[in-house]
Design a protein around this ligand. Sequence first.
Ligand code: SF4
Length: 328
Amino acid sequence: MLEIKNLNISFVQGEKEANALRGISLSLKRNEVHSLVGESGSGKTVTSTCIMGLLPTPPGRINSGQIILNNQDLLLLEEKDQRQIRGKEIAMVFQEPARYLNPTLKVGDQITEMLILHLGMSNIEAVDRALEILELVGLEGGKRILDSYPHELSGGMKQRIMIAIAISCNPAFLIADEPTTALDVTLQLQILNLMLSLKNTLDMGILFISHDLRVVHDISDWVSVIYAGRIVESTSRKELFTNPKHPYTRLLLESIPDADKRGQRLQTIPGKVPDAENIPGGCAFHTRCPIAEDICKTDLPETKEVGSDNSGTSHTAACHFIGKQWKN
Ligand code: SF4
């Protein structure tokens, strides 16, 4: 289990302080996809960057919290020990492979480098393993692909190479930060299916970061909704999509384009996610919430159990008025 406990992160520049994460807690089990979903600027990428130990400090500052893996707090480890864990125990797939693949190195060298560095393989062993990994990520052409430079591959192939690098050391957990956003719909589906099959084959836990609830619906076991650096609702995928409780989640779901509603005006959420430097007091969503009352402007709602079914599935949300209805 990878557990994030009460993570508080701010970015400090001179006198200004922006509260990027405000008490994030979530856990990720092996063989599970836990999606973290929210609009741009809600804190998703800061969460993934911090888990990977890639948060620039300064300007980033970890004010409190823990990231627990194998009974140790990753935030207390020295840089060299963190590097060992990164890649080997936790790996990451990014949105734009072109930005993270080294254009001057053949992709084979980029995969074998991980195997030699983290697993101590010889060059020959690493090449054999790299060929196996290419098959795992559905890339045909073995040696020819290993001998290619990133620019010689298509966008979908580059994304598969990045996944190949990420899974090369058989990590227990994969952080996938909007991995399909830059791809067309067909490739998106292929990459999502690939990730699901790798999750099962490698018994891997995936933290899937996305703003797209349609994709989240297709891939997740568990979903946490984040708003202004705080998780406002968290439960199983089925429960979230059939019985959403938090007004923000309900509005996000209503704004998904739906073929059945063709011809009707698409719902949108008024306003935008507040800037991390100016998060409103009380419930940060009160400036956009259709059922906000005075207490919402002053009192931060507690995160509490709100499940109404008898399945025993945990369902938590942070709102003063769970269940209150509104007219669209
Ligand atoms: Fe809306 Fe108030 Fe609930 Fe926040 S606490 S989501 S403002 S009703």
